[in-house]
Design a protein around this ligand. Sequence first.
Ligand code: NAD
Ligand code: MG
Length: 383
Amino acid sequence: MKNLTLLGATGSIGDSTLAVVALHPDKFNIFALSANQNWQKMQLLCEKFTPKVVVMADALAAQKLAQVVDSKIEVLHGEEALCAIASATETELVMAAIVGASGMKSSLAAANAGKQLLLANKESLVLAGNLLMQAATANNAQIIPVDSEHSAIFQCLQSGKSGLRKIQLTASGGPFLWATTDSLATVTPEQACAHPNWSMGRKISVDSATMMNKGLEVIEAHYLFGLAAANIEVVVHPQSIVHSSVYYADGSVLSQLGNPDMRSAIAYALSYPHRIDSGVAALDLAQNSPLEFYPPDLHKFRCLQLAFDALEQGGSAMGTLSAANEVAVEYFLNNKIGFLDIAKVLQRSLDKANHHKINSLEDAIANDKAARKTALDAIQYYA
Ligand code: NAD
Ligand code: MG
């Protein structure tokens, strides 16, 4: 029986994680759950999974929750408590499924405590990739990717890195794969969030529509697998059946395939190096033909190009890009800027920012703060 801390329990990855856990009451026990504000949903999760500790980011939400749950459940709030459940001695597995930069400190806390870190929060790596990977190495923490593409690469690399030439991340292309650039000027948040294959939180859904998600994933892959930008490629694959591929010197290509359902990657991360039932239906290849592959359109999807640029620049540029993106996506979701303005805000933020090395968590936090301010200034041009 393994104890699990699930950070971001009320979100889309949180739902899928709990669905897998519920299939295996003999293997996993929920030690702690966390969420931002949704105490009503957390109340239901507490009744079903009886965690020992719950952390709400929001103090008022924690107060409300404490009044309605079993008094044996300890209800805490704030970032310090979040780091405490990520590093507690009682837990072996930590699922990092908070969205955005808010997940950075707790991911780092789990790595510093030597946990098996199941990493969905890609923003942690983009903001502080070196720090997180170094913390994991220094403390024998194992980082197991949960992002489907990185889980695919991680699975393929079980055969080793000898003769590795490149990795190839697949991208669905999102809801606007075939739309003209001009028509994108007027798309609504609802259209942007209507992903053809995956059901996800709103921020990552918009990131998929701009292909910024793939850009963040290129940076995520750079840190997870220690590869230069030149060895990381993106290919558009609208069916989302091939989750990513690894190319070797002898001409062999290994890919991981499956239905587009995050429970497969989550089950693998939970049970690694073993495999368990995830509840996902077996893939029927004949029902999914043809499988198509295209090069990405970097002019239409400028965010993807900007992510490659930021990776080449290195240091703080990647964190600047991700922070500016969080701000721009929030403004887009609130109908304050247009879809095409997102890339413009990112470009302007990158141009205006001072680029430097990230040597500490404080550096990463300061850079995130500065980038958000730069992005807000940039937004004034488009709002
Ligand atoms: P979501 O919006 O559905 O859920 C986010 C979770 O984080 C919620 O539980 C929310 O309460 C919590 N949260 C939000 N703000 C917080 C804050 N300030 N402090 C503490 N907790 C906070 O998001 P999601 O789609 O589940 O994505 C979570 C992470 O996983 C993201 O980094 C995303 O990029 C990554 N990811 C998601 C998917 C997917 O299919 N949804 C796939 C791959 C990677
Ligand atoms: Mg992904």
